[in-house]
Ligand binder design. Structure first.
Ligand SMILES: [Zn+2]
Ligand SMILES: [Zn+2]
Length: 367
């Protein structure tokens, strides 16, 4: 049965590659810059598979056990469009025109040679080649740990937060929110994470499959579903309840509460580095305290990229403000530090308090 599915999958890839991808590559005259059309077709099919899993599994869960009840999905619609654009458009293009050639170059893997670079972990410890499960677990733990620290930096480095804040500006967090990303931010993240793949000696194709797994976990953890993993498993894996707390809006009475739950797949890093938050009622999500970030909700799919890039440019060109820490943005897109030393004293800036009382109905996760 399984081998029949694999054969069918391969046949579909070949057919799609020959009849859809190759004519487009020929038309664009870029055939020589990338891998075979079959591999691009495979990535497209992986994207479609991901859309089917989100649409048929995670989306119904949102109706069945919603964390927040919405009258409509007005603010979630843009995330739905961004996910389609990413999975069957931008990601296959980016993966094969940019990422695969880079990974293959650094790993020393070429389609004709098929060998590892001598300095990768796989090449240094050949034992790993015969114990693929150990290799897989070690690779994934490293990948997730690097992701955790990168994610923490995304929140405290003003120019990176300028872009990452777009992922957080959603007022309705749903299973489509994962691909709500500024594309420059997405590229920066991919390069950091591809570095882990190169370190371990993972091939471009393996990297794409492993990334899909991580993406699916993240689509699930963004779902508007009241699902937690309990006191034990919840300390190991990221659940929708766990990640929803990471997206919580600013709480004026507890101004640092939202600095929590940075993990992607494993919650263990948050537990180890003391950023885990549990047993908290469900909070509203978004960054409504910063009007210049919340403005994303009034923009379309191109407008949101432009807004977050303006914030990025305002921060990256403001050398004084490369200092780590939480910021809000001024009307001219400059970062303003929430904590500022004024006359030797720490002045704490208070962001706007949410007044719109939007659609979600507040409910405790425990009731
Ligand atoms: Zn974040
Ligand atoms: Zn998120």
């Amino acid at each position: 049965m399984l081998s029949e599915i694999v054969t069918l999958w391969e046949q579909c890839s070949i057919w799609l590659g020959q009849h859809a991808v190759l004519p487009i590559l020929n038309f664009l005259h870029i055939t020589k810059y990338t891998d075979t059309s079959t591999e691009i077709a495979t990535t497209l099919m992986v994207g479609i598979l991901q859309l089917v899993i989100i649409g048929c599994l995670f989306r119904p869960l949102e109706n069945l056990i919603p964390a927040e009840k919405w009258d409509n999905r007005r603010y979630a619609r843009i995330d739905f469009h961004l996910t389609w654009l990413m999975l069957v458009g931008l990601f296959p293009l980016f993966a094969f025109l940019i990422m695969t050639p880079i990974i293959n170059y650094f790993s020393g893997i070429s389609p004709t040679v098929g060998d590892d670079s001598i300095w990768s972990m796989k090449a240094q410890f050949p034992w790993l080649k015969n114990h693929s499960w150990v290799f897989f677990i070690l690779y994934y733990l490293t990948y997730d740990l690097v992701y955790y620290w990168m994610h923490r930096i995304q929140h405290v480095l003003p120019w990176w937060w300028a872009m990452h804040s777009f992922h957080h500006s959603q007022r309705q967090m749903s299973c489509w929110t994962n691909d709500r990303t500024n594309y420059l931010d997405g590229m920066a993240q991919s390069f950091v994470l591809a570095g882990v793949g190169i370190f371990w000696g993972v091939s471009g194709e393996e990297f794409a499959w492993l990334m899909l797994l991580g993406e699916l976990v993240q689509n699930f953890s963004h779902a508007n579903a009241r699902i937690g993993f309990g006191p034990t498993v919840g300390k190991i894996f990221v659940s929708p309840e766990f990640h929803r707390l990471h997206h919580m809006d600013f709480v004026p009475e507890r101004p640092t509460l939202h600095n929590c739950n940075f993990g992607q797949v494993f919650a263990i890093w948050d537990v180890i580095f003391k950023t885990a938050l549990y047993n908290e009622p469900i909070h509203l999500t978004g960054v409504t305290g910063d009007k210049m970030v919340d403005i994303d909700n009034d923009r379309g799919i191109i407008g949101v990229q432009v807004e977050s890039l303006k914030r990025f440019w305002g921060s990256v060109t403001c050398v004084d403000d490369w200092r780590l820490g939480g910021v809000v943005f001024s009307k001219n897109y400059r970062p303003i530090h929430m904590k500022k030393p004024v006359n030797g004293q720490q002045q704490v800036l208070k962001p706007h308090v949410r007044t719109d009382a939007p659609l979600p109905i507040h409910k405790s996760s425990k009731d």
